[in-house]
Design a binder for this molecule. Structure first.
Ligand SMILES: *Cc1c(COP(=O)(O)O)cnc(C)c1O
Length: 408
């Protein structure tokens, strides 16, 4: 288990680009029982939809709470337990709840916490489906959503009133990679007795542990770095057991669970999580530095670069900066920008991020094509913007490939 860290230690670790040495060990071993069925070294895939009781007396022991065990697949299974315990250890939180997707985790939390008349406040740079769920759907249930400018902690505090239940942000944000000051964000919540949620999908527990700064809930789309192989969809919510208990119960009602096969893949992916992130942090920084020095690149958004407006927060609160980079092509219209994307040979054109395969996309075409120009401007999506997620390929290869793509 990792010991709690002060932000000073985190900074030092970042400076020497070293992680606590036991992180990788936790990736491989934590959460799993040492001895498993049949001596299996891997967690067997428990396909059971339901779990049997020996007798009524056996059932009564369970019903009376004298025995903790599985009952019915919607309420949990052994694959879920081991992967939840592993992620909780990596995130240094008491507990984790896994879901069928990152969105299922967000929806699961919000549907548990919010009632008609309640309000939430969130920073405006955020995953577009989270924004859509709040603005279009929570509103149907009488929940009020207030958006404030990302990083404006005073505006966030000013938007809080007696009905506010939750403050929400991503860190880093997508696609602008703005990093939130977790200490300040948590302080605004605490001062006003409002809970806080950070979607830390882009940071991952390898680079940052928001609960150490007093954040209540940490959310990940496990589809991205945690799974890491572009072969599964999953989500996870981490926090204190007491706070998560009603949310877990709600998952049993909503049924937004993952499957044993999927959870096995997630557990398998997590074994190499530290190794992958080490390479991805390295590739991310190298590629970002290369792009910043390239004459055809106008601007690079990457929290590891000193030019990023939130670099100092990132340097203080993160151990590494991840592998997602957004950049704009100098004097290029949207078609010339597409030509750069099309010329890249290693990264594949696809949404998503964080996997072993590098992915590239033009946000205008991929996710914001059906928005009006005014909406795109409001979301900060430019025609000449490209977003790239570096995988674990050789960094020199990625740089050489981008160099040739930028020369088209
Ligand atoms: C992908 C993503 C989500 C949604 O996760 P899914 O697993 O696709 O449902 C939420 N937040 C962020 C920051 C993401 O990148």
């Amino acid at each position: 288990m990792l010991k709690p860290q002060t932000s000073d230690q985190a900074t030092n670790q970042h400076a020497t680009s070293k992680h606590a040495t036991d992180f990788s060990t936790d990736c491989v071993h934590s959460g799993e029982p040492r001895q498993k069925d049949a001596g299996s070294i891997t967690t067997p895939i428990y396909t059971a939809a339901t779990f049997t009781f020996e007798s009524t007396a056996d059932l009564l022991r369970f019903v009376n709470g004298e025995e903790q065990r599985e009952e019915y697949g919607r309420y949990g299974n052994p694959n879920e337990k081991s992967v939840e315990a592993k992620i909780a250890a990596l995130e240094k939180s008491e507990e984790a709840i896994v879901y069928g997707s990152g969105m299922a985790a967000i929806v699961g939390l919000l549907m548990t916490k919010l009632s008609a008349g309640d309000e939430i406040v969130f920073f405006d740079q955020c995953y577009h489906r989270s924004r859509e769920f709040c603005a279009k759907h929570l509103s149907r249930f009488g929940v009020v959503t207030r958006q404030v400018t990302t990083g404006d902690y005073d505006a966030m505090e000013a938007a809080i009133n007696k009905n506010t239940r939750l403050l929400v942000s991503e860190s880093p944000t997508n696609p602008h990679l703005s990093v939130i000051d977790l200490e300040k964000f948590a302080a605004v919540g605490k001062a006003n007795e409002v809970e806080t949620l950070i979607d830390a999908t882009l940071a991952t527990p390898y680079n940052m542990n928001p609960t150490e700064y007093g954040i209540d809930y940490v959310l990940h789309s496990a589809t991205k770095y945690l799974g890491g192989h572009n072969d599964l969809i999953a989500g996870v919510l981490c926090g204190r057991s007491e706070q998560l208990e009603p949310i877990r119960k709600m998952r049993g009602i909503l049924g937004n669970i993952s499957t044993p096969h999927n959870l096995y893949l997630l557990e398998r992916g997590l074994k190499t999580f530290a190794l992958r992130l080490q390479r991805q942090n390295e590739n991310g920084l190298r590629v970002a530095q290369f792009l910043e020095s390239h004459p055809r690149v106008e601007r690079v958004y990457y929290p590891g670069l000193e030019s990023h407006p939130t670099h100092s927060i990132a340097a203080a609160q993160m151990r590494g900066f991840g592998s997602l980079i957004t950049f704009t092509v100098k004097d290029a219209d949207w078609k010339q920008t597409s030509a750069v994307v099309d010329a890249a040979r290693i990264p594949r054109i696809a949404p998503s991020l964080g996997g072993v395969e590098s992915l590239i996309e033009q946000p205008l075409v991929m996710s914001y094509y059906h928005c009006t120009p005014e909406e795109r401007q409001r979301f900060g999506i430019e025609d000449n913007m490209i977003r790239m997620s570096c995988g674990i390929e050789d960094g020199d290869d990625l740089i050489a490939d981008l160099d040739q793509a930028l020369s088209v």
